[in-house]
Design a protein around this ligand. Structure first.
Ligand SMILES: [Zn+2]
Length: 159
């Protein structure tokens, strides 16, 4: 445990919480996003590409945001991106996330174009820098849900 982190049992005792209070919300796949989450479970990052104009949307919508077509294919992404913006959460988050503090929420510009909201992990917070190169990693949070997250390509930034 990194310094500053509070373990979950301490949080529960301090605040009189029950287990249900500490359940993290998980993605609920929709008809349009289900292939994305199924691929993530297999540790693959896929994106929805319009069959008509080639536009890639993320998050996946029911139609192409560029030309409104609904024909599409799922393509495997490179898993590369750059850090567009970030925030280091140090307090003021819902109870289920207290044990993770401090953690980084970020906007990642994918090599394929779309911008994704996710977490930066395995990174020294003092070495975060907009524009830094990132690569995807997969966090198996449950048996049914895997979250794509991002870490620095440059190993000297990891921590
Ligand atoms: Zn299109």
């Amino acid at each position: 445990m990194a310094s500053g982190q509070i373990d979950i049992e301490t949080i529960k005792a301090m605040l009189g919480l029950c287990d249900e209070d500490l359940v993290k919300p998980l993605p609920i796949p929709t008809k349009w996003s289900k292939p994305f989450w199924e691929a993530a479970l297999q540790h693959k990052l896929v994106l929805k590409k319009c069959s008509k104009c080639g536009n890639i949307d993320h998050p996946p919508y029911m139609y192409c945001t560029a030309c409104m077509a609904d024909d599409h294919e799922w393509v495997e992404a490179s898993g590369k991106g750059t850090l567009a913006a970030y925030a280091i959460n140090i307090f003021g988050v819902p109870f289920p996330f207290w044990a993770d503090l401090p953690y980084v929420v970020a906007l990642i510009d994918l090599a394929e174009g779309p911008r994704m909201i996710s977490n930066i992990v395995e990174c020294d917070h003092d070495r975060l820098e907009n524009g830094m190169e990132l690569e995807v990693v997969f966090d198996d949070v449950t048996d049914e849900v895997t979250l794509p997250k991002w870490r620095p390509v440059d190993e000297s930034r990891r921590g």
